[in-house]
Design a protein around this ligand. Structure first.
Ligand SMILES: NC(=O)c1ccc[n+]([C@@H]2O[C@H](COP(=O)([O-])OP(=O)(O)OC[C@H]3O[C@@H](n4cnc5c(N)ncnc54)[C@H](OP(=O)(O)O)[C@@H]3O)[C@@H](O)[C@H]2O)c1
Length: 275
C-alpha cells in the first residue's frame, strides 16, 4: 500500500519548483492533493507539468495566502471535493527579492513578505484546524488528527545579505512552528519544519557558472538540494513514522551551517606546524 493512500493533502505554492515536487511525491504515494499558486496561469502550468509526468488526483486552486478571503475560498474547494484534510504543507513564500538594503526598504515591502510567509502560513493552518482537523477522528496509531509541515530556510540562522524581510520571516517561522507545535500538540495536530539550504530551482538558470561553482563549494556535500530532496523530508515529517516530532526544525542544507567557513575561505591546517 502506498504511504498516503486515502489521505488528503494541501500544498501552498505548489505550482512550480520545490512545491511542485512536493505535490508530485504525495501523488505518487497515493494522496489526493490540492495545491495553490497566485494566478490561474501559474497553477495551470503546474497542472500541465504534473499531467505530462502521467500524474492525476490533484486539484489546482488559485489562492494568494496573503488574503484571508482567498484562503477561506481555497478551504471551501477542499471541503466540496474531499470533505477532509490530513496534511498541510506551507511552502508558499514571498522571496523578498529586490527590496534593497535596510536603509531603503519600505514598510509596505517588509509587511508584504511577513504577510505571506508568516501570516499566510498561520491563516492556512488555522483554517485547516477549524474546518477539518478538529472535526476528524484521531488516528489509531499516531493519536493525531492532522499534520502540518512548514518549509523554512537555513537563512534564519546564517542570513543572506539584502534579504532582511525574507530572513526575518524565516526566523519568525522557526518560532511560530514551535508555538504551534506546543499549542496544537495536545489537540492532535503535529507541526514541524524542513529548513533547506540551497535548493535547485529555475532561478539557478540565471546564475553564472562561477557563482554556481562558488555555491557548490559552500556546501560540504558539494551540491544543492533538489526539490525531490526537500519533498522526501516533507513526506517523512508528514508521515505516521514521524509521530514523535513536534515543533521541530529539520535542517537540510548539505552541511552548510555546520561549518564555520566554506572550504575555499579556510587554510588547510592539517599539515601546518606550530611556530
Ligand atoms: N530556492 C531556494 O534555494 C530555497 C532555499 C531555502 C528555502 N526555500 C524555501 O522553499 C520554499 C520553496 O522555494 P522555491 O524556490 O521553490 O519557491 P519559488 O520557486 O519562488 O515558488 C514559490 C511558490 O509559492 C507560490 N507563492 C508565492 N507567493 C504566494 C502567495 N502569496 N500565495 C500563494 N502562493 C504563493 C508561487 O506561486 P506562483 O507560481 O503563482 O508565483 C510558487 O508556487 C519557500 O518556502 C522558500 O522560502 C527555498
Amino acid at each position: 500500500m502506498k504511504q498516503f493512500e486515502g489521505k488528503v493533502v494541501l500544498v501552498t505554492g505548489g505550482s512550480r519548483n520545490t512545491g511542485l515536487e512536493i505535490v508530485d511525491r504525495f501523488l505518487r504515494e497515493g494522496a489526493k492533493v490540492f495545491f495553490c499558486g497566485t494566478t490561474a496561469e501559474s497553477v495551470e502550468k503546474g497542472a500541465a507539468e504534473l499531467k505530462r509526468r502521467g500524474l492525476s488526483g490533484f486539484t489546482p486552486v488559485v489562492c494568494n495566502v496573503g488574503d484571508l478571503k482567498q484562503v477561506t475560498a481555497m478551504m471551501d474547494v477542499v471541503e466540496r471535493e474531499a470533505r477532509r484534510l490530513d496534511v498541510v504543507v506551507s511552502n508558499a513564500a514571498n522571496m523578498g527579492i529586490g527590496h534593497g538594503g535596510p536603509l531603503e526598504m519600505t514598510d509596505e515591502q517588509f509587511l508584504s513578505v511577513l504577510n505571506v510567509n508568516i501570516l499566510g502560513g498561520f491563516r492556512v493552518v488555522q483554517a485547516a484546524c477549524n474546518r477539518f482537523f478538529m472535526k476528524q477522528e484521531r488516528d489509531e496509531f499516531t493519536d493525531q488528527r492532522g499534520a502540518v509541515v512548514f518549509v523554512g530556510s537555513n537563512s534564519s540562522e546564517r542570513v543572506s545579505r539584502k534579504r532582511l524581510a525574507y530572513v526575518t520571516s524565516k526566523g519568525g517561522m522557526d518560532t511560530m512552528v514551535k508555538a504551534l507545535g506546543v499549542d496544537l500538540g495536545p489537540l492532535g495536530v503535529r507541526v514541524n519544519m524542513v529548513a533547506p539550504g540551497y535548493i535547485w530551482s529555475d532561478r539557478w538558470n540565471w546564475l553564472t557558472d562561477a557563482i554556481k561553482e562558488r555555491r557548490h563549494r559552500n556546501v560540504p556535500t558539494g551540491h544543492e538540494a533538489t526539490g525531490q530532496d526537500v519533498a522526501a523530508a516533507v513526506l517523512f515529517l508528514a508521515s505516521p513514522g514521524a509521530r514523535g516530532f513536534q515543533g521541530a526544525r529539520l535542517l537540510m542544507d548539505g552541511g552548510s551551517c555546520a561549518q564555520l567557513y566554506p572550504v575555499d575561505c579556510e587554510d588547510d591546517t592539517s599539515t601546518m606546524r606550530e611556530r
